[in-house]
Design a protein around this ligand. Structure first.
Ligand code: C5P
Length: 234
């Protein structure tokens, strides 16, 4: 078994999780697992199928019979849903604002948690990001981070992200949306968003991307005793 490590990054919408995870994975030569992409892919499938988003059993059954593949390199992730490339479609705002239905469904989470652990077992070292990675999915991770930033900063970031994709929304609307998404993620019964007890909390409000990746990489280096890991994913 080669040396391997598991680094988890959880946090709020727009806190920089994806950018940090991609940058850190590239820096460490690790795989990058974007677990939000999985919830998004299932949300897209449910929306396109006109599924009843309140029907927990149907959603769980759909999750169990869906093939989600993630490949590509950190920062250029490709997502396939039952063989179809949905990398762009899952980033649409209608998917963001409806993902809480799938995310709150315990049966859906069970399926995705299993998939995430299986992917991690197959990968060597991995940087995985989401809401429950340090608390539920990888409780024995080598290093756990929890990212957050001022809501105003996160709203601006999210607004720019949408703009890059040709979706224009007012700052106030985006701010209201992210606050609501975080509220839903933090208050649901199933695997809510919260920092793991041992998570290193990082406020990214005033950090550039490089500063953020540098900070995380430094902490990983310190925690890992110079980069030698031995722990296995669960
Ligand atoms: O991270 P991202 O914004 O792409 O995630 C989309 C949604 O998927 C989140 O708002 C959250 O509701 C859900 N999610 C989750 N658990 C994860 C990752 C994402 O509940 N590990």
């Amino acid at each position: 078994m080669p040396p391997r490590m598991v680094v988890t990054i959880d946090g709020t919408v727009g806190s920089g999780k994806s950018t940090a995870a991609a940058g850190l994975a590239a820096r460490l030569g690790a795989a990058h697992l974007d677990t939000g992409a999985m919830y998004r892919a299932l949300t897209l499938k449910a929306l396109d199928a006109g599924a009843d988003l309140e029907d927990a059993r149907a959603l769980a059954a759909m999750a169990a019979s869906t093939e989600i593949e993630l490949d590509g390199t950190p920062g250029a992730l490709r997502v396939r849903l039952d063989g179809r490339d949905v990398s762009a479609a899952i980033r649409e705002n209608r998917v963001s604002t409806n993902s809480h239905y799938l995310a709150r469904t315990a049966g859906v989470r069970r399926v995705l948690v299993e998939k995430q652990r299986a992917l991690a077992r197959r990968a060597g070292s991995i940087v995985t990001e989401g809401r429950d990675q340090g608390t539920v999915v990888f409780p024995d991770a080598d290093v756990k981070f929890f990212l957050d930033a001022a809501p105003e900063v996160r709203a601006r970031r999210r607004q720019l992200e949408l703009q890059d994709r040709g979706e224009y929304k007012s700052y106030r609307e985006v701010l209201a949306e992210i606050v609501e998404r975080d509220r839903r993620d933090s208050t649901r019964a199933a695997d809510p968003l919260r920092p793991a007890e041992t998570a290193v909390r990082v406020d990214t409000s005033d950090m550039t991307v490089d500063q953020m990746v540098d900070a995380l990489a430094r902490i990983v280096g310190e925690r890992a005793g110079g980069g030698t890991f031995r722990k296995e994913a669960p």
